[in-house]
Design a protein around this ligand. Sequence first.
Ligand SMILES: Nc1ncnc2c1ncn2[C@@H]1O[C@H](COP(=O)(O)OP(=O)(O)OP(=O)(O)O)[C@@H](O)[C@H]1O
Length: 344
Amino acid sequence: MTHSHHTDHSSSPAIVTRGLTRHFTSRKQTVEAVQGLDLEIGQGELVAFLGPNGAGKSTTLRMLTTLIPPTSGTAQVAGHDVVTGQREVRRAIGFVGQGNGAGHRQLGRDELVSQGRAHGLSRADAHRRADELIEDLDLTAVADRKVSSLSGGQRRRLDIAMGLVHLPRVLFLDEPSTGLDPQNRANLQGLIQRLHAESGSTVVLTTHYLEEADALAGRVIVVDHGTVIADDTAARLKSGLGDLVRLGFGSASASARAASRLARVADARVDVADGTVDLRVKDGSAMVGELLADLAADGVPPTRVEVARPTLDDVFLDLTGRSLRETQQSTEPSTPETESEVAA
Ligand SMILES: Nc1ncnc2c1ncn2[C@@H]1O[C@H](COP(=O)(O)OP(=O)(O)OP(=O)(O)O)[C@@H](O)[C@H]1O
């Protein structure tokens, strides 16, 4: 691995988009998949793209990796325009898409070696790199089998290895951990972190696992309906939402009385359901003692108290009105051409 160190602010950004837009027309219906994205991602950043199904994440990645041209707007990746500099962009990037990258009839190891050779590695380097990745991605037992005989998760890991063979300067991963078991998901996270730290590569990934975005990414970009609706560190997105203080009461009248008392707490959002009051407030854990004393003094002491730090899922729900957990469970990885999605 090369050890040039990351986050070089003096040089140009790894990715710049201006008004990046992509429409799809099928059966006389137009889907505005990506609508005027303005992004700037610096060299060495590790960015997670989050959004509900159909938000435009894959379409954005497919434009940035030159697989489909924008309808309008521009994008530069590694200093080259994705349309006029397609070849240069492709040479600089690695892409792990949602489909399968490796051919079927080959052996996994041979696929990796030929991918390395195609990217200009010497035969010896290509073999060494393939060995490294086979080890890193826990493919040792299956690397010498035909690709077509691998399980879904094994294929996924081979595809990821294919995208990493040439130590790309900019790496795009479209839902890399989908279909992996928890063990392999954790391994993959470690691998992405190492790659990022050791080679200073810029990494852009989409994921439906919010914990993954939280653990890995220095920057989280939330998209919905083809536009960016939030762009910040996970920590700031969460602290902006505040803690959840959930108070339980013996009766609905007690919770109503407590709620009217709590409405006076500055900058808090109060929700009452019978018997419970939810308070969304900055630093809930620090203020809960005082809060309880106040309620006791007013004669409405709660019978139960919970304080929860916000998760990225809470942020996501707050921003999009949808829980990513729900969308993740209810939907299979999308086949974009299906009519229901086009109509959505
Ligand atoms: N080739 C295509 N033809 C028609 N519509 C498309 C095509 N590709 C994508 N779309 C539509 O564009 C919108 C954005 O799709 P995209 O795949 O970018 O979403 P996504 O955020 O990656 O979603 P997911 O989380 O489900 O992977 C969707 O409404 C989708 O149906």
